[in-house]
Design a protein around this ligand. Structure first.
Ligand code: NAP
Length: 275
């Protein structure tokens, strides 16, 4: 722990799944952690309950769409590492709010990179496997991107910015191209939480049915805590780079549902065909 006691990290998206898990991970290593909290009238910091009172944990109001604010915060905090996890992170929602998605996910990254240009602050960019879009699996760091949503397109712009700032200004900036990763802190609108919450509700008798879209859709699901360690390891390397993090196994939504019910002691049988 002493090894990292002098280190400061700045995390955008601190109230999200990954931000909350990463903050805990870094605090355990001895870091001082500063988080960017988007102002909200509901002030939802539930995921941060366990670390809220840690003297090495600090929250700052801010917004990835506000460059001046980001610049001031970074100048004041002077972090050693920045983890840019803040995003409009829902693919489907990005079709409803494409401009906002681009402003936060793409230009937000530009604002941060501009703020650290000429410094030796290490930068992690939360890139996404969604950038691979329609390309055939399995993909790796050399696969051509073919984004299929405003979310993925915005993430791809940010991905290339990381390359530009690395090549043009020598910034230690790395892309973590992460496949889906889940935990009990995952947002409730994502399919894994929708399923696990429904299993719990059905068992407790408050729900009778689970309604789901395409049962045959496949995803590579990993555990968020493993991927968080991967993010940190990327910034511990001498040179910046791009890394794909995945479990290497794709499972269907129906397999996930079967496994979720099995965890609750219920054996499911599937009848019929098609989605
Ligand atoms: P998440 O739970 O949706 O968290 C997103 C965070 O971004 C929240 O803290 C949110 O704040 C914040 N945010 C939204 N708009 C913002 C703005 N304008 N300025 C500053 N912050 C803003 O996402 P996650 O699952 O932790 O994922 C973390 C990052 O990894 C995201 O960039 C995501 O796109 C990317 N990623 C995730 C996965 C995955 O499977 N989880 C896979 C690949 C890539 P509020 O809580 O106030 O809304």
């Amino acid at each position: 722990m002493r090894e990292f006691a002098t280190r400061k990290a700045f995390i955008t998206g601190i109230t999200g799944q990954d931000g909350a898990i990463l903050a805990r991970f870094l605090l355990d290593k001895g870091y001082t952690v500063h988080g960017l909290q988007l102002y909200s009238a509901t002030n939802d910091t539930e995921r941060l309950t366990q670390i809220r009172n840690n003297p090495r944990f600090h929250l700052h109001h801010g917004d990835l769409t506000d460059g001046g604010n980001l610049h001031r915060l970074i100048s004041t905090i002077q972090p050693h590492e920045i983890y840019n996890l803040g995003a409009q992170s829902h693919v489907k929602v990005s079709f409803d709010v494409p401009e906002a998605t681009a402003n936060i996910n793409a230009l937000g990254t530009l604002r941060l990179l501009e703020a650290i240009r000429g410094t030796d602050i290490k930068f992690y960019q939360a890139s996404s496997s969604e950038m691979f879009g329609s390309t055939a699996a399995p993909q790796n760091e050399n696969t051509v991107f073919a984004p299929c949503s405003p979310y993925a397109s915005a993430k791809l712009y940010a991905y290339w910015l990381v390359h530009n700032y690395r090549d043009s200004y020598g910034v230690h900036a790395s892309n973590g191209i992460l496949f889906n990763h889940e935990s009990p802190l995952r947002g409730e609108e994502f399919v894994t939480r929708k399923i696990t919450r429904s299993v719990a509700a059905i068992i407790h008798g408050t729900q009778t049915e689970l309604t789901i879209g395409n049962l045959d859709a496949k995803r590579d699901w990993g555990h968020a805590a493993d991927y968080i360690e991967g993010m940190w390891l990327m910034l511990q390397q001498d040179k910046p780079d791009d890394y794909v993090l995945a479990s290497g196994q794709s499972k269907t939504v129906s397999q996930f549902i079967t496994a979720a019910f099995a965890c609750a002691g219920i054996h499911l049988e599937w009848h019929g065909e098609g989605t």
